[in-house]
Design a protein around this ligand. Structure first.
Ligand SMILES: NC(=O)c1ccc[n+]([C@@H]2O[C@H](COP(=O)([O-])OP(=O)(O)OC[C@H]3O[C@@H](n4cnc5c(N)ncnc54)[C@H](OP(=O)(O)O)[C@@H]3O)[C@@H](O)[C@H]2O)c1
Length: 334
């Protein structure tokens, strides 16, 4: 089997490329930067295709001859960076050009598409049960512009699929952790902050997490077991900042922060943190948006992925240990 993987230098993408190659796939790996891709994937046997989702037509001929397209690239990290206006890029990369990629994949006779959305597109239920794939948020209720772009992207894909019958299966991961987080994403930055004792305290939170390697395995399983047009939430553990810190303390030997901060206080600190970051041109994980998402107490269910794809999740402890070990060895992803 031949696969085309977008976002191959990302947390999810590089773990997926490695898995596919281990499973005997020939892989074409899309990357914006050849040097970064060679540093990350050199030696895996993947063929690097240089291209940008900003111009899909330019790299689309490389889709020819591939059996499966795994689409993991997104305007994601940048969407949480200090910048006034992200919407034009969210619309272009996560909606319009994702659709264009799928159109060109179909034109080049790629038989199957596995797409990456997010469980941030799922609404919290009022009955207290874990939310399912059908609990889709209204775009106007999205917690962030990034989540809104993923909701609208999924809607555009569903319309395209209904018109063309292109077999697209979509995974909806929770907050992903894992080794190979070179950028790093927010989870890698959180673990680095933990390791460097930059976390001052914890606050009352509740959210889902998943290992990027388990998401990659689910995407592979979707090729043979997924049903066209179906969506699969991948949320391994419902957890909290306090639990993440306890587990990180156990697996890294770095003492966990003891201070507990009230919710009004953490919003004040987050506002201050994002204002100072904007003022001094720095990035921060601690923003009003991130506090809102972490304190939503949102729980999503992977029951469908377990039943239909046979997905299994590794223990949280293994995920955090491997994430921390990788970041300790390679904090810049070089
Ligand atoms: N991480 C999470 O917690 C999480 C949770 C739910 C869903 N997701 C979704 O999962 C997918 C993978 O995310 P990730 O965590 O692996 O993020 P990541 O580490 O930031 O990886 C994103 C990948 O997309 C590439 N990319 C970004 N813009 C591109 C463009 N214009 N053209 C070509 N490639 C581009 C990046 O390339 P560079 O290396 O050049 O930047 C990188 O390879 C995304 O669709 C994201 O929305 C992530």
């Amino acid at each position: 089997m031949r696969a085309f993987v977008t976002g191959s230098t990302g947390l999810l993408g590089n773990n997926l490329v490695r898995l596919l190659i281990r499973e005997g796939y020939e892989v074409k790996a899309l990357a914006r930067n050849r040097i970064k891709a060679e540093a990350m994937l050199g030696g895996t046997g993947a063929e690097i295709v240089v291209g940008d989702m900003g111009d899909v037509d330019a790299f689309a001929p490389a889709l020819k001859g591939c059996d499966v397209l795994f689409h993991t690239a997104a305007y994601f990290r940048e969407a949480f960076e200090r910048k006034s206006e992200h919407w034009p890029m969210l619309q272009r990369i996560n909606i319009d050009n994702t659709l264009r990629l799928f159109e060109l994949a179909q034109r080049h006779e790629v038989g199957t598409v596995i797409h990456t959305s997010s469980n941030a597109t799922i609404r919290k239920r009022t009955d207290g049960k874990a939310s399912e794939e059908s609990d889709v948020l209204l775009p106007s209720k999205a917690p962030t512009p990034y989540a809104r772009s993923k909701i609208l992207g999924d809607k555009a894909i569903a319309e395209y699929v209904s018109q063309t019958q292109l077999p697209v299966m979509t995974v909806l991961p929770a907050w992903m952790f894992g080794p190979g987080d070179a950028a790093p994403t927010s989870s890698g930055r959180f673990v680095l902050d933990y390791l460097n004792r930059r976390l001052q305290g914890v606050f009352d939170t509740g959210f889902d997490v998943v290992d990027a390697r388990d998401v990659a395995a689910a995407m592979l399983a979707a090729v043979s077991k997924g049903k066209p047009g179906e969506r699969y939430i991948l949320a391994a553990h419902h957890t909290s900042l306090a639990e993440l810190c306890q587990v990180l303390g156990r697996v890294t030997g770095v003492e966990e922060p003891k201070r507990s901060v009230s919710r009004p206080m953490i919003y004040t600190v987050a506002w201050f943190s994002q204002t100072m970051a904007a003022l001094f041109g720095k990035e921060t994980n601690l923003t009003v948006d991130s506090v809102r998402v972490l304190t939503m107490m949102h729980r999503t269910s992977s029951a469908k992925a377990a039943l239909e794809l046979g997905v299994q999740f590794r223990p949280l402890e293994a995920t955090l240990r491997d994430t921390a070990d990788w970041l300790r060895l390679d904090p810049k992803g070089s």
